[in-house]
Ligand binder design. Structure first.
Ligand code: FAD
Length: 427
């Protein structure tokens, strides 16, 4: 069957095997890659042989102090439905709840709270990992090397079977939100620094604005609301069902073009930005409200380009990349900026600095231009996020991820391989 991830690029022919707990031992003798819900954008969970983990789902155990044990194919959506009414939230969440917990740990995902709380692996008490022959438990205390490389290891150390996670206590299912409009890049980066005490922060950036509006944006801040700060009747604790739109088929690729993108960005900036309390869903997962929004890019698909540049490159560094994108006419419908905190090393993406995520149609000229941007980013000591990648060249991997040779050494002789690991020369 043809298989692709969220960007619908690349599409490859794959033999997809659903996970079963009674292992057919001989299937595991040849190399393969595990797959969750395919929400990595590029080719991280693609290969000729793929093990789908989505049927291996469900809660194994929960204790009132906030520790949850789940099977690795459980989606964050299922987890939230279970934990929010009990007064808990995910300690770290990506911008979609339609990922599996196994996929989230394999990418060691970060969220809007990275500057304060780090990546999801900080909250994993232990994992069970299948190495193709047997299942081994691992944690920071037990098999720490295996644990550390597995978190962020993009499925290349083994198949995560189950996860024990420490949850975050909440009193309501509301977020106290504040939105700050910043007239240019300098004000936007300053707003991040002035508001670093907020638990959640992320900015929408108008990457197309020029002149004195260059780099303008809106910084969104949030805190879990406590019971006594919200009016009676709004202090319930539940994942509310929301109306959602659906894009039923691939739209023609030309719908998202520099003109429509620029109009959208202007209109978005001029929307009002009041302080308010909002539900968990619209705060954490605004894109999930449009089902299949990836089809807006047409059947040829798109790439999400997410990179981070070190903090010491400052405003000049961010400015340089945006100017370079503008010069090449690379226009993104949506651009997200986040200031990341300290990284944890190993293969996890975050390092202390500025990360930008932009979407581009997967077209030859654009892919070629992005190689030039890769060069600029790597000269600054930055790196590209593997969970979003479909196109990076291997020379930039080794520049960006300084421990990649240790990782290669660690997984030598294992049988896990993906289109991403082959393309980047990791396996
Ligand atoms: C709209 C959107 C917003 C996003 N926002 C963020 C964000 O804010 N922060 C962030 O960090 N990421 C973000 N992502 C990326 C996403 O969180 C990651 O790509 C995540 O890994 C996807 O999980 P999945 O279950 O879909 O796994 P897949 O996409 O199927 O696989 C991803 C990787 O995990 C591995 N894997 C999957 N299951 C297992 C398993 N059981 N054992 C071992 N390896 C496994 C795969 O081999 C692959 O390498 C976003 C993605 C989308 C589509």
């Amino acid at each position: 069957m043809k298989l692709s991830n969220w960007g619908n690029f690349p599409r490859i022919e794959a033999d997809l095997k659903p996970f079963k707990s009674d292992w057919e031992k001989n299937w595991f003798e040849k190399s393969f890659i595990s797959r969750g819900l395919g929400r990595s954008y590029g080719d991280a969970s693609l290969y000729s042989r793929v093990l789908s983990m989505v049927d291996h789902s469900g809660v194994i155990d929960f204790d009132e102090s906030g520790t949850l044990a789940v099977k690795a194919g459980t989606s964050l959506d299922e987890i939230l439905k279970f934990i929010v009414p009990k007064g808990f939230f995910l300690p770290v969440t990506p911008g979609t709840k339609y990922v599996t917990i196994g996929g989230a740990i394999a990418a060691d995902v970060h969220g809007k709270n990275h500057h304060k709380e780090g990546t999801i692996s900080n909250f994993v008490s232990s994992l069970e990992l299948f190495d193709g022959k047997e299942i081994s438990p691992c944690s920071l205390e037990l098999n720490p090397e295996l644990f550390n490389w597995t978190c962020g290891g993009m499925g290349l150390t083994g198949v995560i079977q189950s996860v024990k996670l420490r949850l975050k206590k909440i009193e309501t299912s509301l977020i106290r939100q504040n939105a700050i409009k910043a007239k240019d890049l300098e004000s936007l980066l300053l707003a991040f620094d002035e508001n670093q005490d907020w638990t959640y922060s992320v900015a929408w950036l108008d990457s197309l604005a020029k002149g004195k509006s260059f780099g303008r944006g809106i910084l969104y801040l949030g805190e879990h609301a406590e019971k006594d700060e919200v009016k009676n009747g709004r202090d319930s604790i539940e994942m509310k069902k929301k109306f959602s739109l659906n894009i039923p088929f691939h739209l023609p690729g030309f719908i998202l073009n520099p003109i429509s993108n620029s109009l959208f960005n202007k209109a978005y900036f001029n929307l009002s930005s009041d302080k308010d309390f909002i539900d968990l869903d619209p705060f954490f997962y605004p894109l999930d409200r449009v089902k299949n929004w990836n089809r807006a890019y047409g059947s040829r698909g798109f790439v999400q380009y997410q990179f981070v540049i070190p903090e010491n490159q400052g405003i000049k560094g961010v400015e340089k990349v945006i100017l370079d994108l503008q010069k090449r006419g690379l226009s993104s419908f949506l651009t997200v900026l986040k200031k990341l905190g300290e990284g944890r090393g190993f293969l996890s993406f975050p390092i202390k600095g500025y990360t930008l995520a932009l979407d581009f149609p997967a077209r030859k000229k654009i892919l070629k231009d992005l190689v030039e941007i890769d060069r600029v980013i790597h000269e600054m000591g930055g790196r590209v996020y593997l969970a979003k990648d479909a196109r990076l060249e291997s020379k930039y991997l080794s520049k960006g991820y300084e421990r990649i040779d240790d990782f290669k050494q660690f997984i030598r002789g294992k049988r896990f391989e993906s289109s991403l690991s082959k393309r980047l020369g990791i396996t």
